[in-house]
Design a protein around this ligand. Structure first.
Ligand code: BT5
Length: 239
């Protein structure tokens, strides 16, 4: 489904699921008026970006859901790296990063028996369209590359990569997905501060565990496992 404008493509996907739309359906919008991030945050969605939601029905144990976020980030990174040779990386739990700035994000939600994978990428977005409060922390592929990419081509390749990595997921090759994600991640080994609803944890990001959780070694040497659902704010040395 192609829309010029949506409130949120994840919400459109929910409507489609309620109408019994099948697995693999994709909702794509040219812009969003109420784009959402995690925990009720806003996703700024001007024209030029990619805003899409994929409906999946994986019939899995809920504990594997965070792997779907990592999987989508891997598909985004493969696509953008392959098409641009830019140094695209990922940040736990759901960021796509270029030049230490956020260029995209993933929002996975469950609805009825489905999983909605929402992907936002600042592709051909002019940075002037972002509010001043975000200017220091966001970038777009166009800005980094100094040129626009054909949006349809990027979406097509992204969906092909999603198909490939989802097949790995259905094969229960979670470890491979986590390893690929880890290879794209710069924050491991560095100092991080993570706020959860219950407090603040500081230490070194050591690894990502088999459930997609961040393994944090506190400055006191204690190991903590932090799940993305609890991570309100994740701060690294750079972003
Ligand atoms: C995310 O949330 O990064 C998930 C973003 C998912 C967006 C897609 S678009 C298609 C689908 N439909 C939706 O409605 N959503 C999904 P989070 O980690 O909570 O990050 C949100 C934070 O990123 C905000 O609080 C801002 O600080 C920042 N931000 C907002 N818009 C941004 C943008 N376009 N680019 C980079 N950072 C942004």
């Amino acid at each position: 489904m192609l829309l010029d404008e949506a409130g949120s493509t994840n919400d459109e996907a929910k409507r489609l699921i309620a109408a019994h739309e099948s697995e693999g359906t994709v909702v794509i919008a040219a812009s969003q008026t109420s784009g959402r991030g995690r925990l009720g945050r806003k996703w700024v969605s001007p024209i030029g970006g990619i805003y899409l939601s994929i409906i999946l029905n994986p019939y899995i144990n809920h504990s594997r859901l965070p792997i779907i976020t990592l999987m989508a980030a891997v598909a985004c990174a493969r696509t953008l790296k392959g098409m641009t040779k830019l140094d695209v990386s990922v940040k736990w739990p759901n960021d796509i990063v270029i030049s230490d700035k956020k260029a995209g994000g993933i929002l996975c939600e469950t609805f009825r028996n489905s999983v909605i994978v929402g992907i936002g990428i600042n592709l051909n977005t002019n940075l002037s369209l972002f509010p001043v409060s975000l200017k220091k922390q966001v970038t777009s592929v166009k800005f980094e590359l100094g040129a626009s990419l054909e949006r349809e081509d990027v979406i097509r390749i992204l969906l092909e990569e999603m198909d490939r990595v989802y097949a790995e997921f259905l094969d229960k090759r979670d470890r491979e997905i986590i390893d690929e994600w880890t290879g794209l991640c710069r924050m491991l080994g560095s100092e991080v501060t993570i706020e959860t609803g219950r407090g603040k944890h500081e230490g070194y990001a050591e690894a990502v565990g088999s459930k997609g959780e961040l393994i944090l070694r506190g400055f006191d040497g204690k190991i903590r496992r932090i799940f993305s659902a609890d991570a309100v704010k994740v701060r690294t040395e750079n972003i």
